[in-house]
Ligand binder design. Structure first.
Ligand SMILES: *Cc1c(COP(=O)(O)O)cnc(C)c1O
Length: 438
C-alpha cells in the first residue's frame, strides 16, 4: 500500500465534514461544539484504520445524540412503577403537549383580557381544587420536601415544636431524612410514642403552648409489622393546633388496590388542616409539592404560606404548572394505567413478546412476576405482573442500547417486567432485545 492510498492519510478535514448538508442540520439542532466533538472522534477512527474516510459522515450522524443534553430515554422494564433513578412518574401525552406550549412565551402571569398582570399558576391550582373538592385552597411548590420546609418554617421556626411520632421519622432516600429537614428550618421536634407504637394520648400529652403543629408522616417506603399501633388522622382532631399530614405519594382519592395508601381527600375529610404530597409519585405528574388546605383554617394557612418570603424560593416554574394542570385535567396518567392494568393483559403481552423473540432465536420465556409501586408509595404491596425472562447477560447490553432498557435481575435471569411499560412500547422493547441478540 502506498502512502497516498493509505486511508489513514486521507482523513476528511473538519470544515469539509461540517459543511455536509446533514451535518449542517445537526449543527443547527445540537450546536456546533457537540457536533465538532463527534467529527473529531470519527476522524480518530479513520486514523486508526477502524473506518474508511468515506464513512465519516455516517459515523458522525450515528454517534450524535437526539437532543443537546446528556439525558437518554430509558424503557422502564423494572416492574417498579415509580423508579426514582428513572425520574419517577413518566408524564402523560397531555402533560407533554402542555410542556411544549409552556416552553415558549405563554400567559403564565398575564391576563390576556385586560393586558395586565394575572395570577400566576391559577390554572394548576384550580385543577387541583377540582380534583380534591374537600380542599378549600391549594398551593404548589418544588417538591414534597419543599412543602414540608415551607410549613415548618412558617409555623415553627424559632424553636417552636412539631409533634411527631417516633415511628414516622422517615428517611426519604439518598440520605435525606424528614426529621433533619424539619429541624433545619429552626423548628424543634417533640417525638412521641416508640418506634412501633403510639397512641392518641401520647399526642395529647405532648401538645402544649410551644406546639406549632402536629405532623403525621406516611411511612411511604417501609412497613412495620408485629406489635404495632399507629394513630389515624381522624383520632387527632380537637388538639387545638394545626394537623399537617404528609401523605407522600399524592394519591388524591382512595385507590382500591392500595387500601393502606393515604389519600388527600380522606385526610382532609378526617380532619387534617393541611395535606402535603409529591406531584411525581402516584399522582403521575411532574416533580412538585402539593399543599392542600381544608376549608377555613387550612385555607387561611395556605394563604399565609403562599405569601411567606420562602415561598418565592420554592416557586414552581411555568413548565411544572403546565404539566401539573394537564396531568390533573387530562386522561389517565401512565402511572395510573400501570396501576390499573389487568394482570391478564400483561400475561398476554409477555407471551406474545416471548414467542416473537423465540422465533428469532432468543431464549425468551413469559413468566409471572410481582411488580411494585416503588419508593413512591405503597410499601409491601405486590402488584401481580408478567415479564419476559432472558438470560442475565442481556441486562448490560440492553442498558447500553438505544433506547436503553432497564430490566430487573432475579435468580440469574434478566426479567423485562411489563407493568410499568405502556403496551405501545412492546415493539420497541422487542427490537431492543433483538439488537443485542449476539
Ligand atoms: C417522597 C416523600 C417525601 C419527599 O417528597 P419529594 O417530592 O421527593 O421531595 C416526603 N414525605 C413522604 C412521606 C414521601 O413519601
Amino acid at each position: 500500500m502506498t502512502l497516498a492510498s493509505d486511508p489513514r492519510r486521507r482523513v476528511p478535514r473538519t470544515d469539509a465534514v461540517l459543511a455536509e448538508p446533514q451535518i449542517a442540520i445537526a449543527v443547527a439542532q445540537l450546536g456546533r461544539p457537540l457536533v465538532k466533538e463527534a467529527v473529531g472522534a470519527a476522524q480518530d477512527r479513520v486514523r486508526s484504520g477502524e473506518i474508511a474516510p468515506e464513512a465519516v459522515v455516517d459515523a458522525v450522524l450515528d454517534a450524535l445524540p437526539d437532543i443537546a443534553a446528556t439525558l437518554r430515554p430509558v424503557l422502564n422494564a423494572t416492574g417498579v412503577l415509580l423508579h426514582t433513578n428513572l425520574g419517577r412518574a413518566p408524564l402523560s401525552p397531555a402533560a407533554r403537549r402542555a410542556l411544549d406550549v409552556a416552553a415558549g412565551t405563554c400567559d403564565v402571569e398575564l391576563d390576556l383580557a385586560t393586558g395586565g398582570r394575572g395570577p400566576r399558576g391559577r390554572g394548576a391550582v384550580d385543577a387541583l381544587l377540582a380534583a380534591v373538592p374537600s380542599a378549600g385552597a391549594a398551593h404548589l411548590v418544588n417538591n414534597g420536601a419543599a412543602a414540608l420546609a415551607l410549613v415548618a418554617t412558617a409555623l415553627a421556626c424559632g424553636g417552636r415544636e412539631i409533634v411527631i411520632a417516633r415511628g414516622e421519622l422517615v428517611e426519604i432516600g439518598d440520605g435525606f431524612r424528614i426529621p433533619d429537614l424539619l429541624t433545619a428550618t429552626g423548628a424543634r421536634l417533640r417525638e412521641v410514642g416508640t418506634t412501633n407504637r403510639v397512641t392518641p394520648a401520647d399526642y395529647a400529652d405532648a401538645v402544649g403552648p410551644d406546639t406549632a403543629f402536629v405532623l403525621k408522616v406516611h411511612p411511604s417506603n417501609f412497613v412495620v409489622t408485629g406489635f404495632t399501633r399507629s394513630v389515624e388522622v381522624r383520632e387527632l382532631g380537637g388538639l387545638g393546633v394545626p394537623l399537617v399530614v404528609d401523605i407522600g405519594s399524592g394519591l388524591l382519592a382512595p385507590h382500591p388496590l392500595l387500601p393502606d395508601e393515604p389519600d388527600a381527600t380522606t385526610a382532609l375529610t378526617h380532619g387534617a388542616t393541611l395535606v402535603t404530597a409529591s406531584g411525581d409519585k402516584l399522582l403521575g405528574g411532574p416533580q412538585a409539592g402539593l399543599l392542600l388546605g381544608a376549608p377555613g383554617d387550612g385555607a387561611e394557612l395556605v394563604g399565609r404560606l403562599r405569601r411567606h418570603p420562602l415561598a418565592r424560593a420554592l416557586r414552581v416554574d411555568k413548565l411544572t404548572l403546565a404539566a401539573m394542570e394537564a396531568t390533573l385535567r387530562g386522561p389517565a396518567t401512565p402511572v395510573r394505567e400501570g396501576l390499573d392494568v389487568a394482570p391478564a393483559a400483561l400475561h398476554a403481552r409477555a407471551s406474545r413478546l416471548a414467542e416473537l423473540l423465540r422465533r428469532s432465536g432468543v431464549p425468551a420465556e413469559a413468566v409471572e412476576t410481582d411488580a411494585t409501586v416503588g419508593g413512591g408509595g405503597a410499601p409491601g404491596v405486590a402488584l401481580p405482573s408478567a415479564a419476559v425472562a432472558l438470560p442475565e447477560s442481556f441486562a448490560a447490553a440492553l442498558r447500553a442500547g438505544e433506547p436503553a432498557v432497564l430490566g430487573r435481575l432475579e435468580r440469574g435471569r434478566c426479567l423485562l417486567d411489563l407493568r410499568a411499560l405502556p403496551a405501545e412500547a412492546d415493539d420497541t422493547l422487542a427490537a431492543a432485545v433483538l439488537t443485542c441478540r449476539s
